[in-house]
Design a protein around this ligand. Structure first.
Ligand code: ARG
Length: 587
């Protein structure tokens, strides 16, 4: 039970004794932390219904609670708000139960689910864009948040490995090197194990192919034909395609590893291609698939639709399956292979209509209930020009370049702040990378998921303000405070006891954590955790400025403060883990 649940149950009990609905006793953090710690607005809500003066009603609730040990103070404010201060011992118990007893983040679902998280979604051979970057960062965090809440969450990268870009690539290579054995029509001999091109070559071939197809309709037709021949199972094309996919995956793995993003499944659109004929048959037999202008479509509009809901094109008049089709087949595949209770899609906002269409279609077909498919969409990371962020060269984003860029910036920032100065070069470099990646990830995650934000590397890498580097530094400082205390013979940590406002404020921030975590889980909003971490770091700073630790004479206080410091450290570690941020031991 979280603290707010606990308090709400107590205050709800008082409302019940007063003959009212216990739900009115909902307790939340005070809007005015200078006046109170917690508040309940239930008396105001109830007063209208029971025609009683709200202040009088609030007084009644207060007197029912007069023997309650959880609160050290209850006061009525304004028209009938009930304000509470928590009893210090209760506060300490709450912190100890969560963090000292190893129960962080302090809340778990009663009934857990099997969840597939579909995130990342890069396309083979095509460059990444910021949507892919955000998807990877946010998806990784959401997967970890689900796991910490008890769910069995599986992350699937869902590679775009089956579209027109594959035909563009193959046809380009065929034009350049027609002598390669992959292009012998009808040949069935063994094909080389070694790829005919490197990943670097692919990085050049794809943009050239894509530009050529854009410029010349005949060239585009070649690409379309190649895509069709690939999808029809041509042996040489398939072998070539496999090489392209393998090369891309190897490169992606390295980049995602650097970013601290790890997928359990590396499945792709191509994996579900074999399922499509059966699905088509099933849908046709049940009258769900209709023919319209030579194409096969699924209608998904509903009577109460407020906006246009165009049908899904399941198969074009040329017989090709598109993006909707692979997504429908992927739902079926996941249902059969993993039996998930729910699938989360972390994909950018521009695909909202796409997912709504897919969800309606699979629901209509009875494949998967729509209310268990969630599109966790997000806004764009823009450059200072307000357009989707691009690297300085103007090209689309390369993850590798971005990581190099933030690492370099972090290295300068460390030097400016005289941090990680007398470490070995290897360690400094490792720290610079961790700080750079943390800056990037924290900036992304601390913005509300659904908003756009501006990529501002100077701000992201600053050691001041709500940034990744500030938090990593705060964490490293807590470690160093503790190890210095150890070295100074400060003794063992002991039970928390609260002797001043700064300690109380720090304990309150810690006690708030499980509720914040639950909110982050239920709303799938990692930025709540970023706020919590920032709040903890600031509360620690104030505590550290006001309170002695290793040189505190009172042994009980000294032991308590050691515990408080290590508990904040543990809470920050929990947060970094949930956000997918790696923190250096020292800096
Ligand atoms: N590859 C897609 C793109 O680049 C993203 C895939 C998202 N996931 C999905 N199941 N459709 O836009």
């Amino acid at each position: 039970m979280t603290l707010l649940d606990d308090l709400s149950a107590i205050v709800g009990g008082a409302f019940e004794k007063a003959g009212l609905d216990p739900a009115l006793g909902k307790v939340k953090p005070a809007d005015r932390p200078d006046l109170a710690q917690f508040q309940c607005n239930g008396a105001l809500v109830a007063a209208k219904a029971v025609r009683e003066n709200p202040r009088a009603l609030a007084e009644r609730i207060k007197s029912i609670l007069s023997d309650e040990s959880a609160f050290s103070e209850i006061a009525i404010a304004g028209p009938g708000f009930i304000n509470f201060k928590l009893d210090d011992q209760r506060l300490v118990d709450c912190v100890s139960e969560t963090f000292c007893a190893g129960n962080a983040p302090g809340w778990r679902r009663e009934q857990t689910e099997k969840i597939v998280v579909d995130y990342g979604g890069p396309n083979v051979a095509k460059p990444l864009h910021v949507g892919h970057l955000r998807s990877a960062i946010i998806g990784e965090s959401i997967k970890k948040i689900c796991r910490a809440a008890g769910d069995d969450a599986v992350g699937d990268i869902h590679l775009g490995d089956w579209g027109l870009q594959m035909g563009q690539l193959i046809s380009e290579l065929q034009l350049r090197s027609p002598e390669l054995p992959y292009f012998d029509e009808g040949a069935s001999g063994p094909l080389p194990e070694e790829a005919p091109v490197s990943f670097k070559d692919l990085e050049e071939i794809y943009p050239a192919a894509s530009a050529a197809c854009k410029a010349d309709p005949e060239r585009a037709e070649l690409a379309r034909k190649a895509t069709k021949r690939l999808q029809a199972g041509d042996q040489g094309y398939r072998a070539l395609w496999r090489h392209f996919v393998d090369l891309s995956i190897a490169a992606m793995r390295r980049n995602y590893d650097d970013l601290g993003v790890h997928f359990d499944l590396w499945k792709g659109e191509s994996d579900v291609d074999p399922l499509i004929p059966d699905i088509a048959r099933d849908l046709s037999e049940r009258g769900i698939l209709e023919t319209s202008d030579g194409a096969k479509i699924i209608r998904i509009e509903r009577d109460d639709d407020k906006k246009d809901m165009p049908p899904i094109i399941f198969e074009t008049s040329q017989g090709a399956a598109g993006y909707h089709t692979t997504d429908i087949a992927t739902v079926v595949d996941r249902r059969d292979a993993l039996a998930p209770d729910r699938i989360l899609y972390v994909v950018d906002a521009r695909q909202r209509l796409h997912f709504e269409q897919v969800y309606r279609a699979v629901d209509r077909a009875g494949y998967f209930p729509e209310d268990r498919l969630e599109h966790l969409w997000f806004g764009t990371m823009n450059g200072k020009d307000g357009k989707p962020f691009k690297t300085r060269e103007g090209g689309t984003l390369k993850l590798r370049d971005l990581i190099v860029m933030v690492t370099e910036k972090a290295r300068n920032r460390l030097a400016e702040n005289d941090l990680a100065a007398d470490f070995t070069e290897t360690e400094t470099e490792e720290i610079a990378k961790q700080v750079g990646v943390a800056a990037l990830k924290f900036a992304d995650l601390s913005n509300p998921r659904t908003s756009d934000y501006i990529f501002d590397i100077d701000r992201f890498t600053s050691f001041e303000g709500k940034t990744g580097p500030y938090l990593l530094y705060a964490r490293a400082r807590i470690r160093s405070v503790l190890s210095k205390a150890q070295a100074a013979g400060a003794g063992a940590p002991g039970p928390i006891s609260i002797s001043c406002d700064e300690e109380r404020a720090l304990a309150l921030s810690l006690a708030a954590y499980p509720d914040i975590f639950r909110d982050a889980y239920q709303k799938r909003l990692p930025h709540f955790l970023c706020e919590a971490a920032f709040d903890l770091a600031q509360a620690f700073s104030r505590f550290y400025a006001a309170c002695r630790i290793s040189d505190e004479d009172n042994e009980t206080l000294r032991a308590s403060r050691l515990t408080l410091a290590s508990t904040v450290g543990a809470a920050l570690d929990t947060t970094f883990e949930l956000l997918g941020i790696e923190a250096p031991e020292r800096m």
